[in-house]
Design a protein around this ligand. Sequence first.
Ligand code: CP
Ligand code: NVA
Length: 314
Amino acid sequence: MQGRDLLTLADLSATDIHRLLATAKTLKSAGVKAAAAAVSQPLAGYTLAMIFEKPSLRTRATFAIGMQQLGGQVVDLQAEHLQMGVRETVPDVARNLERWVDVIMARVFEHATLEVLAEHAAIPIVNGLSDYTHPCQILADILTMQEHKGNLAGRKLAYVGDGYNVANSLLFGAGKLGYHMAVGCPEAYLPPEHVVARARGLAAESGATLELLSDPIATVRDADVVYTDSWISMGLEAEAAERERVFPPYQVNAELLRHARPDAIVMHCLPAHRGMEITDDVMDGPQSVVFDQAENRLHAQKAVLLELLTGGCN
Ligand code: CP
Ligand code: NVA
């Protein structure tokens, strides 16, 4: 995978995804904190530039910590200084950065910004969240699901809430890896048709089944995984009042969870809005694996950096 971009999981082969997951598991086995950094520093001399057009805790922290644990350096380009597309064009930002750094991770409002960066920089571009997808999140999520459920073939993931970037990426993950997925959203908030069509095209190869529903109970019925995300994603704050009106029937609470398998795990990419898309008792309950997901961001993204920069562990 050396030299490639990571803009969506749909662009990777199933073999690429399995390779990233295997590398993440190897890196995780080396430990999380000081122990991980002491093992080896294969990215010594490499530099990661981070661009954030929107706020972040997990993505910012785990990319920085991961790069440092692998021996590399990080430069966090502050959006107010960068003013990408305002102070200078996105292609010109790309043409500058490729002269100084080895990889760019960007969190952007519009996915097209990532595509323009990728087109104009010869170095790898990694999507740290766009309005379209969140591939690094889903790599960490698949790792987490495998840790708790083993082989995902035949498993059912139920996504309840807003059919936006995280749901889109989970659909692409299903299409690539073959887990079954039901998406339950208010009708106006189902994932866009072009995403569903692309995921269905992938699913035809992997054998995944993809269901789009509006009934949250039917969505989670017999699910092995119940997943939710914010009802008001970053950039959509102007729609808050309408969203707070339509989404409450899709809250992941103890009553909804009763319809999933008794051993179902509960997932959330975080940040959570407790009392909105997920209740405290579920988020803090025994079925919740949300902080395993957060930890696995570190391992999954170290694998991404290593594979894109050097071709991997071997
Ligand atoms: N899940 C996630 O990407 O978290 P941040 O927005 O804090 O980076
Ligand atoms: N859907 C959320 C994900 C945050 C990690 C957002 O875009 O804000």
